[in-house]
Every structure is written in C-alpha cells, then in structure tokens.
Design a protein around this ligand. Structure first.
Ligand SMILES: Nc1ncnc2c1ncn2[C@@H]1O[C@H](COP(=O)(O)OP(=O)(O)O)[C@@H](O)[C@H]1O
Ligand SMILES: [Mg+2]
Length: 506
C-alpha cells in the first residue's frame, strides 16, 4: 500500500494521532492537502515559530499570525475548539513529547479521545521518533518512503517545463537520458533532487542524460554529509586473503548470483553474511574482497558513527542509508563492527531510552524484507554484544566464525605479505615462521613483517627468516593475553556459526 492510500485510510478511520518520520515536510503536506480537498477538510499547520496557521500560508502573511498558539498547550486547545473537519499538521513537535513534558503529553492523550469522535486528525511530522510510553496506544507511526522514480520524474518534468519557458537553457533529454537521470537521483529527497537538477542547469546551461555523473557526484556528496555511508574503493581481492577457504569457496559460488541467468535458474539473490571472530583475522579484508570478486560497488555503513553523538541515530538516517544503498543496487553493503552499536547502548544505558534497539530494529526489518539486490556483509569482533535477533535464520544466508589462522594458513599469510613487500617467499623458511607465530592473527603477522623490515633495514641487511623469527619471539599475540575471551568466543561459535577456514581438528 502506498503512503497516500495508507494515510487516507487512517484518517477516514479516525485514527486520532498519526506520526510521520521524515524531514520532507513538504512532501507530506502535499499529500495531506490533496486528501483534505477530497474529503472537504481544512488543513492547518503548526510550528513553534508561527503557531497554528492555515497550511501553505506564505511566511510573510504568517508573521505573528497566531502567536498565542506557539505554545503547545494553546495549540492543542485550538485543535479541540475547531469545529469543522480538519487535519492539523504539527511540524517538529517532538521536543515537546520528550520526557518531563507531562502537561503536553497528558493533553495530547485527552485530545486523542476527543478526536476519535470527531473528523479531525493530528499529524506529527518529525525526522526523529519520540513517542512517550503514555501515548503509545494513541499514536500510529507511518513511514514516508523515499521518493519513487515517478515522483522524481514529476519533479524533473516540472523543472523542464519551467526551463522551456525561460528559453535560455538547452534541453536535450530523450527517454533514455531521462531514465538515466532519474535512476541516478534515486535515494535523494525531492528537495535534494531539485537542487541537483538546478545546479546542473546553472552550471552547464543545458540538461541532458550526459549529466548523470553530476547527479552521482551529488549523491556521493550527500552520502558523505549524512556521515553514515561511504563509497569504499576496495583494492584488496581474495588473493590477498590467506586461509579462510570455506568462506572463499562460499563467496566464489555466489559470484554469479546477481545475474539474470541465476534468477532464471531459480536462485534467490543472496542476502548477506555475518563474519564473527577474533580481531585482526581478516573479516574487514573479506568484506572488501567480496565487492572486488563480485564487481559490485562497496558501501560502508558506519555503525559506530550511527550511535555516536555526531550523526544522531534516527530511524530516518537508517532508512536514508538503506534507500541510498538500494538505489545503487546491486551493491555490497558493508556493516563493519556491528557489535559497536551495542557497546554504545549498554554504556549509555538509561539515557539511550531504547533508541538503539529501535533504530536497529529498522535495520533488521529491512534485512528480512529487502527485495533489492543489496548484499550485506556484517562483521563483529565481540559476539557477546550481538542481539540474538540478528542471528535468526532468514535474515542472513550464513554466519561464519573467523578464527585465528591455522599453521598452513599462517604460512600463506606470510607468503602474501612478503610478496606485497617485494620479497620472494621462496627465500624464507615458511614452516618455521608458521610454527613460531602460533596464535598470531593475520594483522599481527603483517605487523611482525613490518617490524622485522625495520630491524633489517637498520642493520643494513636484507630481510631474512632470522629477523622475522626474532620479532615473533618478542611479540605476545593478543590471543594469548586475552586467551579466556578468545576461547569463550570460540565455544560460543561452535554450533552457532560455520567455521570460515578448514574444519578444525577437535
Ligand atoms: N587472513 C588474512 N590474510 C591476509 N592478511 C590478513 C588476514 N587477516 C588479517 N590480515 C591483515 O591484517 C589487516 C587487518 O585485518 P582486518 O581484516 O581488518 O581484521 P578484522 O576485520 O578481522 O579485525 C588486513 O588488512 C590484512 O593486511
Ligand atoms: Mg575489522
């Protein structure tokens, strides 16, 4: 059901208070004005800066129009006093629903009862969800989906029409060019898309399908600004991953999974994997390698930032990130260190007020319902932080446990990193190095090589096994200092996750 139909049904069914989570106020307002016109209702809008005014009144004519109703309680009184059928749009009312606004919350609850027997509806629009427990039963939350290609098309057509009138701009847009522009603009809000189209016109004095790159550039800019997603230019492929043959095999088999041929054969598009395990053993490396192998763009989703104070965790932010990922699908969405989200929430405890859980819920829902070919690679270092919902079957295709590398895997990792540093691995005693690096992670092996290079360079010698063996003997791997933690994780993983490397001897 689309947004318009859904909200109209709720209004007709006299749901008293609707809550739309979005920053696109104008889009919602437009829909409501249309519904109101059909149902012979008036539309009013409330903001803290102007009080209640008829919707769409210009800012000049609003000036000081209804100052008394700036106060939330007074505004709510006016809703009760209004006799004719109406829709009241409250923009950014959420600060007044936060804790301790006892009077406003109670008044809204009383009004809800009154509205159920009237032809009036309150619609709250806000980019964040703030619903006090007292109002849980009275408020219905509706998501405003990102603009569809049709909506963007309407916007583009309107812009073109205006440009044609001005006649100073050359428009060279055939059906295919238009389609490409719109496809590129998917994931933007209508406001952002409007700005991008305007910018192209101002800059080039013309509009054509060739400008699709400028739309992409703008989208990257917006992605960057949102602070949650970044395009990641992966350089590593699976040749730089040592060991983990089970995981490699799994990924390899699915390399063709996003083709039409695979669809026709009856294969579903893979949903994603979760890589769990010891830090520094190549989980992030594998995420990057997947995008290289499958030749899909890689988007990195920053969970730590998501729940940090910088960006602010709102459902809208997550849905934006998801929409952007879907708009460039097929793509790989790399959710690095997903456990970080939960470390944050536990330490902030009560102050978080369930935001983390709710925002994460949005993500999980998408994971299980998504139809767009976005492959999720999530990684986690600390399994004890992960919510069990994530592990539920059907959300992801497979959960892999990435353990410390085994003997022959360590030899391979030495081979890879020596080669990267222009050394010939055949000149090194790999079995001895592997034996001397028990319990080292891949990252620690790499560090040992770098450290040995320093030693050799300082001694004006060519790097040899000897330098490496000395460094290894002087290093205590993390797995040894945190032995308990590592074995705890390993035990946890048995039976819950598939081992990413060769089957381990019992
Ligand atoms: N299995 C491996 N093969 C080759 N290099 C590895 C491996 N594991 C770790 N490394 C090296 O250590 C670096 C850090 O590993 P990373 O993938 O970030 O670990 P994780 O995400 O599991 O904490 C990698 O960029 C790579 O250079
Ligand atoms: Mg990592």
């Amino acid at each position: 059901m689309n947004f318009q139909t859904e909200i109209e049904i709720l209004i007709r069914a006299r749901y008293p208070i609707l809550y739309v989570i979005t920053s696109e106020e104008m889009r919602v307002q437009k829909v409501l004005v249309e519904i109101a016109a059909r149902r012979q209702k008036k539309v009013f809008e409330w903001t803290y800066s102007s009080g209640i005014v008829p919707a769409g009144a210009s800012i000049q004519s609003q000036k000081g129009r209804n100052p008394a109703t700036k106060e939330p309680l007074a505004a709510l009184d006016l809703v009760i006093d209004q006799v004719e059928p109406a829709i009241f749009l409250f923009k950014d009312f959420h600060p007044f629903l936060a804790r301790n606004n006892f009077a406003v919350i109670r008044r809204l609850k009383d009004i809800a009862l009154h509205l159920k027997n009237s032809r009036k509806t309150i619609v709250l629009i806000s980019p964040v969800m703030e619903i006090p427990a007292e109002l849980d039963k009275e408020i219905t939350v509706i998501n405003l989906p990102q603009p569809t290609k049709e909506e963007l098309g309407e916007l583009l057509d309107k812009a073109i029409e205006e440009l044609r009138e001005s006649q100073q701009v050359e428009i060279d847009l055939d059906g295919e060019g238009r389609e490409r522009l719109l496809q590129a603009a998917l994931g933007l809000t209508l406001g952002e898309a409007e700005n991008v189209f305007a910018k192209i016109v101002v800059k080039n004095q013309r509009l054509s399908g060739k400008h699709v790159n400028e739309v992409f550039a703008e989208k990257q800019q917006i992605i960057r600004k949102s602070g949650l997603l970044e395009y990641y230019a992966a350089e590593e492929d699976f040749t730089s991953v040592g060991g983990l043959s089970v995981l490699k095999d799994w990924v390899n088999k699915r390399a063709v999974a996003f083709t039409d041929e695979a669809r026709a054969f009856g294969l579903p598009a893979p949903k994603g994997v979760l890589l769990l395990g010891v830090q520094g053993c190549g989980k992030s490396l594998c995420a990057k390698a997947v995008s290289r192998l499958w030749q899909l763009p890689l988007l990195r989703f920053d969970m730590g930032r998501m729940f940090g104070s910088l960006v602010g965790s709102s459902e809208e932010n997550v849905r934006r990130a998801i929409a952007v990922a879907e708009s460039i699908a097929p793509a790989v969405l790399w959710v690095d260190e997903i456990d970080k989200a939960f470390t944050g929430s536990q330490s902030s405890g009560a102050t978080d007020g369930g935001t983390t859980a709710r925002v994460f819920g949005t993500f999980l829902t998408w994971l299980s319902e998504k139809t767009a070919p976005v492959f999720v690679v999530a990684t986690a270092n600390d399994v004890s932080q992960l919510p069990p919902e994530l592990m539920r079957k059907g959300r992801l295709d497979e959960i892999f446990y990435v353990d410390l590398p085994l003997d022959e895997e360590r030899a391979e990792i030495f081979r890879i990193h020596l080669t990267k540093r222009n050394r010939n691995p055949a000149e090194f005693d790999l079995p001895a190095l592997a034996a001397a690096s028990a319990e080292f992670s891949g990252a620690e092996i790499e560090e040992a090589i770098i450290s040995a290079l320093y030693d050799a360079f300082y001694a004006k010698q060519e790097l040899a096994s000897m330098h490496l063996l000395t460094t290894l003997s002087q290093t205590v791997p993390l797995a040894r200092t945190m032995a308990e933690k590592v074995s705890e994780q390993r035990n946890w993983a048995i039976g819950r996750a598939r081992n990413a490397s060769v089957a381990r001897p019992a």
